[in-house]
Design a protein around this ligand. Structure first.
Ligand SMILES: Nc1ncnc2c1ncn2[C@@H]1O[C@H](COP(=O)(O)OP(=O)(O)OP(=O)(O)O)[C@@H](O)[C@H]1O
Ligand SMILES: [Mg+2]
Length: 275
């Protein structure tokens, strides 16, 4: 069973892309087959894995979404790149902006990305979708394609208002398009250990959005080394293997995998009882 996870937050610069890279490569290091999907016209995920235009980007997510909209066929693994740390990438670039505009007038406009992902996901244990900082059509498409959402939140900002909007959007997608969508939780990023903001934010999130909202135990520390990785084309595990950020992303990777087994147990428990 493939698990499709969207990394979403319409607030910019909260660590979505950095988390996509280091969760993806962390999962690959644990022996999982992983596809990263760059669903952001900024193409940061593609860049930060070291793939720069115009080399080998003649086919990108925009190309394949356009073909999907036009019901044109494409090769099964067309455009998929491989990064030497063990993950595959469907690259994204500025052409996604045009695709997002044309989605508006397309039939099944919310499920074009899902159709694409459904066509490739059989090869993977995990598909991680790096969303853009907006709640536009591409993010809706990512939520429609996903089994679950992880929301990275920068620990020194009160996420109050934007968070409500995001949770409402997730709930609406669940009601109208994708009933199986669940919220895996909030990941606190760029946590400065000298302050106690992270604790306050966990408290406020739970107070305002309910005890059921999971805030991951792992917090990603503020780390210059983590910020450097995007320019290096490598993960934190290679760039600074003994640092705190590498340790945190490895722990977060384990936590994400344990959610999968928790849910399987819960379902097993349910079926056992309904027999
Ligand atoms: N743990 C960290 N400590 C310090 N800097 C970080 C950390 N994680 C990410 N950064 C830096 O913060 C910036 C924003 O991170 P990132 O690009 O991952 O966020 P994003 O949510 O994907 O942004 P956008 O909304 O623009 O897509 C980047 O310059 C990144 O290198
Ligand atoms: Mg990003």
């Amino acid at each position: 069973m493939t698990k499709v996870i969207a990394l979403a937050n319409q607030k910019g610069g909260v660590g979505k892309t950095t988390t996509a890279v280091n969760l993806g490569i962390g999962l690959a290091a644990d022996g999982k087959k992983v596809l990263l999907v760059d669903a952001d016209a900024q193409g940061n995920l593609t860049d930060s894995l070291g793939f720069h235009e115009p080399d080998n980007l003649s086919v990108s997510l925009a190309t394949l979404l356009a073909k999907t909209m036009l019901e044109e066929s494409y090769e099964a693994r067309e455009g998929i790149l491989h990064h030497h740390e063990g993950v595959d990438l469907m690259p994204g670039n500025i052409e996604l902006s045009a695709v997002e505009v044309s989605l508006v007038n397309t039939m099944s406009r919310e499920t074009i990305l899902r159709s694409y992902i459904d066509s490739v996901k059989a090869d993977y244990d995990y598909v991680l979708i790096d969303c853009m900082p907006s709640l536009g059509m591409l993010t809706i498409n990512a939520l429609a394609a996903a089994d679950s959402v992880i929301i990275p939140v920068q620990a020194h900002y009160l996420p109050a208002k934007g968070m409500t909007q995001l949770l409402q959007t997730i709930a609406r997608v669940r009601r109208q398009i994708n009933p199986k969508l669940v919220l895996d939780g909030v990941l606190l990023t760029m946590v400065d250990s000298r302050t106690k903001f992270a604790k306050d934010i966990s408290f406020i999130l739970r107070r305002d959005y309910g005890d059921k909202l999971r805030v991951f135990n792992t917090e990603i520390p503020l780390s210059v080394r983590a910020a450097e990785t995007s320019a290096k084309g490598k993960s934190i595990y290679v760039h600074d293997p003994d640092g705190k950020a590498a340790e945190a992303y490895a722990a977060f990777t384990k936590e994400v995998q344990s959610i999968g087994s928790e849910r399987r147990h819960a379902r097993q428990h349910q079926t056992d009882h309904s027999r």
